[in-house]
Design a binder for this molecule. Structure first.
Ligand code: NAI
Length: 237
């Protein structure tokens, strides 16, 4: 079903984003990977994807910068001939208790995790609207649903992403575009190094794997009658 489609994945150079790129390539989709800084890691992912026989390229782009996103998506459309699916996965955290959080910690997380997703959605949506089809998948977090001490900035951004998802789903439904969010719990990546102790609270008794989140993203990319949803993937938390 995804064969020959083009997916843009932000933050595709490692962690969940990398697994998402690999799962889409395995399903036959061409992959445009956006990354922040690590060119070697991004190129390594691209080489793995090409082994699946799909087209793949990496683009360095700070998602928080609209003009950079605009230029990058234009280039992706030139290179791939279009875009069908967008996965907003790029994210950062700057965890601190509210009483010691710096303004910059708040602004940076909102800029990347929330405005970054808006930037991509704003640029890609008109392209999907013209085609009368498309899927947008936003990687939120259970922190955006439940809150989490030490993550007021991150929770606010991830809750904002859920609002963005639900409103965009309502706006774009008449154009046959589905917009959904995934809310992962503890997933084994660089972001959760050191959280192994916290993960002991997970009813299923382990952290999740990036591939498990990726499989859900691929499922949503093929689901034509689910929109405006937030799907938790958290081992029962
Ligand atoms: P990670 O830190 O391993 O990877 C983040 C990716 O985002 C990297 O590829 C990085 O290059 C990219 N990125 C960061 N800032 C960027 C920017 N300004 N512009 C473009 N790309 C940028 O993180 P991980 O764990 O793979 O997380 C991926 C997403 O899943 C994030 O949005 C995160 O908030 C979310 N998430 C992760 C959970 C976990 O337990 N690991 C749980 C819930 C949500």
């Amino acid at each position: 079903m995804l064969k020959g489609k083009t997916v843009i994945v932000t933050g595709g150079s490692r962690g969940i984003g990398r697994a998402v790129c690999e799962a889409f390539a395995e399903a036959g989709a061409n992959v445009a990977l956006i990354y922040a800084g690590n060119e070697d890691a991004a190129n390594a992912v691209v080489n793995t994807l090409r082994e699946e026989g799909v087209r793949a390229s990496a683009y360095r782009c700070p998602v928080q910068d609209y003009s950079a996103v605009d230029g990058t998506v234009t280039k992706i459309i030139e290179d791939f001939g279009g875009v069908d699916i967008l996965v907003n996965n790029a994210g950062i955290n700057r965890d601190k208790l509210l009483i010691s959080m710096k303004e910059q910690d708040f602004d940076d997380v909102i800029a990347v995790d929330l405005k970054g997703a808006y930037n991509l959605m704003r640029r890609v949506s008109p392209v999907l609207v013209r085609k009368r089809s498309g899927k947008i998948i936003n990687i939120s977090s259970i922190a955006g649903l439940d809150g989490n001490a030490g993550q007021t900035n991150y929770s606010a951004a991830k809750a904002g992403l859920i609002g963005l998802t639900k409103s965009a789903a309502k706006e774009l439904a008449s154009r046959n575009i589905c917009v959904n969010a995934i809310a992962p719990g503890f997933i084994e990546t660089d972001m959760t190094v050191g959280l192994e102790e916290a993960a002991k609270a997970v009813p299923l008794g382990r952290m999740g794997r990036p591939e498990e989140v990726a499989a859900l993203a691929v499922f949503l990319a093929g689901a034509d009658y689910i929109t405006g949803e937030v799907i938790r993937i958290d081992g029962g938390l």
